[in-house]
Design a protein around this ligand. Structure first.
Ligand code: ATP
Length: 339
């Protein structure tokens, strides 16, 4: 994990601490201080210091004389050491920045890029003080319970290539979450919200820098409610928001989920860049379409349109059948479900 020259520097990662952690996770048993010291090439005193640091970060490590150290429990909240350990195993060469608190991960990704960070990279935090939604809306970000991240790419390509990126991210995240939690009733409300049982569990905000017909960078911001309880959402969203915990009565390891989210986003990005799966978008979407066959309304150019949502076309545009039988393609906007 690299430091940035912003006022709020990212957490610096300690490679020795990571090596101690990796050895303990891998062993899944007691490891003597001597073995740890020898295998990593450091003194017993340093081992002791690193174990203390890990304990302070929320790792439960038992120390028993004559047996050594045993990693009893991993922290559930986002922890830089675990994020880095998991990412080293699965998504090498993908830089991760972690902040205990930040205004908005999308804003921080932009700052990092301006300060020289090279995409692709991901920004994670335990707390957003000014989480952003679409159209200037706010994303409520309860500290330590949920996932707040931004993943930045620099495609440097024509913007059309990534016109369905947000939709593919939604699909790939749903696929990952359904694999982990098969009972989850997960749907996507066109174009960017994930719903469980009629309540919003995640919001996606994609922001791109485009000029002279080139898309230079694209940032995928994601808020995913994981371990919040239904009661902990504030009044204005209490009736519309849900979390994985509220849906399944279980809590989840946010570090492992974070890596799944990065992998899902990278799959979606590669699909768009390689342009292999263009025609399969409507079919893939259909499996998670929250609006399908439901009456919807929206305002386009000041005009109110109502009709039945039929799914999306291969460009990702929502197809709405108006009352007069004509099909209207909607490329962007705010769609409301009519009760
Ligand atoms: P919508 O269509 O639901 O109004 P949107 O797609 O236009 O939302 P988003 O950027 O996805 O906008 O999300 C912002 C909105 O989501 C807020 O206006 C609020 O209603 C709701 N919201 C904010 N925080 C959360 C949260 N943690 N969980 C669920 N919903 C939230």
């Amino acid at each position: 994990m690299k430091k940035t020259n912003t006022q709020n520097p990212a957490v610096e990662f300690d490679p020795t601490e990571l090596a101690v952690l990796e050895t303990l996770i891998h062993a899944n048993d007691y490891v003597s201080g001597n073995t740890l010291a020898k295998s990593i090439g450091i003194s017993r005193t340093t081992i002791h210091t690193k174990i203390d640091q890990l304990k302070k970060s929320g790792f439960k490590i038992k120390a028993t004389s004559n047996r050594g150290y045993f990693l009893e429990k991993l922290p559930q909240k986002l922890t830089p050491q675990l994020l880095q350990t998991y990412s080293n195993r699965t998504i090498k060469d993908f830089q991760i920045f972690f902040y205990p608190s930040v205004d908005s991960t999308n804003l921080e990704a932009e700052r990092l890029f301006s300060n020289g960070a090279k995409p692709p990279f991901a920004v994670f935090t335990n707390k957003q003080t000014a989480g952003k939604g679409r159209l200037g809306r706010k994303w409520h970000s309860q500290a330590n319970q949920n996932l707040y991240c931004s993943i930045m790419f620099s495609p440097n390509t024509e913007p059309q290539k990534l016109q369905s990126f947000t939709l593919w991210v939604g699909i790939e995240i749903c696929r990952s979450l359904k694999t982990l939690i098969p009972t989850l009733d997960l749907k996507i409300k066109w174009p960017n919200d994930l719903y469980c049982n009629g309540k919003k569990v995640s919001g996606i905000l994609t922001e791109a820098r485009i000029d002279s017909d080139r898309m230079h960078t694209i940032i995928l911001g994601l808020g995913l409610n994981i371990n919040s309880t239904s009661k902990s959402f504030p009044g204005e969203i209490k009736t519309i928001a849900t979390s994985l915990r509220a849906e399944t009565n279980q809590t989840y390891d946010m570090n492992a989920l974070s890596i799944e989210i990065i992998q899902a986003t990278v799959r979606a990005y590669n699909k768009c860049i390689e342009a292999k799966d263009e025609d399969s978008l409507p079919k893939a979407w259909d499996a998670f379409d929250y609006l399908k066959d439901k009456p919807v309304s929206l305002t386009e150019n000041g005009q109110k349109i109502s009709g039945l949502a039929l799914g999306i076309n291969s460009y990702g545009a929502l197809q709405v059948e108006k009352n007069n039988g004509t099909i209207h393609s909607i490329h962007s906007g705010d769609v409301t479900l009519k009760q």
